[in-house]
Design a protein around this ligand. Structure first.
Ligand SMILES: [Zn+2]
Length: 346
């Protein structure tokens, strides 16, 4: 089969699309004929190399993909050949105290398909049964293969971790990114008043189309000042921040008394000042969130399948142009998800 792969970490030129041994599914795995899969920013991090993550090379990237079941291992009970499925990338041990307590995202051995082990951007992928969700007829492969990671992540951030309530003010940073555009839709659906930042007129209009009530051009204006202005100096109840060092001080500044910032990533760096003075005096909470449980993914994907939520597809490229897909992510041009499909599907 053919697979997107790289034999060493580095710039975009390490990415190739070429022959790779056919996967041999284990007893608990399902062989999926991949139709389409989105990239996520972690694909860029994985290609560059992450400290403490030692990959078996060549590595196949990709944490999101959807396709048709080709074959199943002998222990698989939920799927059979011909079923339409999408991947949910979180892998847990099922045995540690956190898994047994029902929250596999806290697993001691938690890891992500495509980041810590071989991923799914290939013509075929062997995926654990636990990591597949059925896809109804009528859902486009591009949509089915691009929703799981970002909508799951944003759902857990807002509903499970920040516990948002209708009427609360929620600020979503980087609303044009994958998690950002999912968070805007989820917060609006929860009945929140949604504030969103983006960097161009076009992206701001997209954020409005996703459900943002107030949009802020963070390149033209300091977003904390804008939030203060719009809210009459009160601030927002929740900030969704995956940007990190560059935005964290202003995220704290944007919060109302008793507010919370929820973070799922730190693209611009992990170590801003802690801001403890603001945290204790204004009684703020800083909340971490990683990926989503299978139950959370099920909940949010139901709302993707019925059209309540919509992953925006920025571009669909053949897998042989995976390097170009990385470029689109790294340049932060455009809005929504970049999807790749096996060249044979074009
Ligand atoms: Zn575990």
């Amino acid at each position: 089969m053919k697979a997107v792969q790289f034999g060493e970490h580095g710039d975009r030129d390490v990415i190739e699309y070429g022959e790779f041994p056919d996967p041999d599914p284990a007893a608990d795995e399902v062989l999926v004929d991949v139709k389409a899969g989105a990239l996520n920013h972690l694909d860029v991090w994985t290609r560059k190399g992450l400290p403490g993550v030692d990959l078996e090379m060549p590595h196949i990237p990709g944490s999101d993909a959807a396709g048709v079941v080709e074959a199943v291992g002998e222990d698989v009970t939920r799927f059979e050949p011909g079923d339409r499925v999408t991947v949910t990338a979180g892998v847990s041990c099922g045995e540690c105290e956190f898994c047994r307590d029902g929250d596999p995202t806290l697993c001691y051995r938690f890891n992500i398909l495509g980041e810590h082990q071989r991923g799914v951007h290939a013509e075929t992928a062997a995926v654990p049964e636990e990591n597949l969700v059925p896809v109804p007829e009528g859902v486009d492969w591009e949509v089915a293969g691009s929703a799981s990671l970002v909508f799951g992540t944003a759902w857990r951030m807002l509903h499970t971790r920040a516990d948002v309530e209708a009427g609360e003010k929620v600020l979503v940073l980087g609303a044009s990114g994958g998690v950002g555009h999912a968070a805007v839709q989820i917060a609006a659906h929860a009945g929140c008043e949604v504030f969103a930042t983006a960097s161009s007129e076009e992206k701001l209009r997209y954020a409005e189309a996703c459900g943002a009530d107030h949009v802020i051009d963070y390149e033209a204006n300091d977003f904390a000042d804008e939030v203060a202005e719009i809210t009459g100096r009160r601030g927002v109840d929740v900030v969704v921040d995956h940007v990190g060092k560059e935005t964290y001080p202003d995220s704290l500044k944007s919060l109302a008394r008793g507010g919370r910032v929820v973070t799922c990533g730190a693209t611009t760096g992990p170590n801003p000042g802690a801001g403890l003075d603001r945290i204790f005096w204004n009684q703020l909470s800083v909340i971490g969130s990683t990926m989503a449980t299978p139950g959370e993914v099920d909940d949010v994907l139901e709302l993707v399948w019925d059209g309540t939520f919509e992953p925006r597809i920025r571009e669909v490229l053949p897998m042989s142009e995976a390097a170009r897909a990385h470029e689109l992510l790294e340049d932060r041009q455009g809005f929504g998800k970049v999807v790749v499909k096996p060249d044979s599907e074009f």
